[in-house]
Design a protein. Structure first.
Length: 195
């Protein structure tokens, strides 16, 4: 439930609240897209892998090494301390990445396998499903804000004109975020088809 007090002719807090809520959906969608492995190397695929070394609690890989994607299907890991390279290699082998690391003593290379055209089509279906889930989330947020302003109008804390203005603002912001989801989806789909 959204906690917001509407004040006549003050639409800025309303706009900010809508933008903040809908932006959370966009950020979540980005997080979901990173998990869709298109065959294109991206450091976010490995940066949070917990590495146990020095007898201490596990640390995310990004805190122990320089990570890069020098080629479309290649990730490199250069530990700041070469003494932990074997720990990193063991952890990657044990992970669910399904990629065999190549360790030269200073750098670990991870070559991503080619993604088949059938798998690409499956990934695109998953992508569109995630996009639709994000749009539904945005529409649910719109519904919550609609209920908020409808209730304020019923309680006569806002006028009919201000209600209409807020409804217009709500719809414009909703359209903006739905368009963002569509643009992000289109780019990710192109990336998936190209690799």
């Amino acid at each position: 439930m959204i906690e917001l007090t509407l004040t006549e002719n003050e639409s800025k807090p309303f706009e900010q609240a809508i933008n903040a809520e809908m932006d959370k959906t966009i950020q979540h969608y980005f997080g979901e897209l990173i998990k869709i492995r298109t065959g294109r190397a991206h450091t976010s695929m490995i940066e949070d892998i917990p590495i146990s070394c020095y007898g201490a609690p596990p640390v995310p890989l990004k805190g122990l090494a320089a990570l890069s994607a020098p080629e479309v299907r290649l990730l490199t890991i250069q530990p700041w301390d070469p003494g932990i390279i074997d720990d990193i290699e063991r952890t990657i082998i044990a992970s669910d990445l399904g990629i065999a690391p190549v360790n030269d003593g200073k750098t670990i290379r991870l070559r991503l396998p080619e993604v088949s055209s059938e798998r690409r089509e499956e990934l695109i279906k998953i992508l569109h499903k995630k996009a639709e889930e994000s749009k539904i989330s945005i529409r649910n947020i719109r519904k919550e804000f609609h209920n908020l302003i409808r209730d304020a109008k019923k309680e006569k804390t806002i006028s009919e004109n201000f209600f209409n203005r807020l409804m217009d603002i709500l719809q414009k912001i909703t359209n903006k975020f739905i368009s963002q989801v569509d643009e992000i989806t289109k780019k990710k789909e192109q990336e998936t088809r190209m690799v």
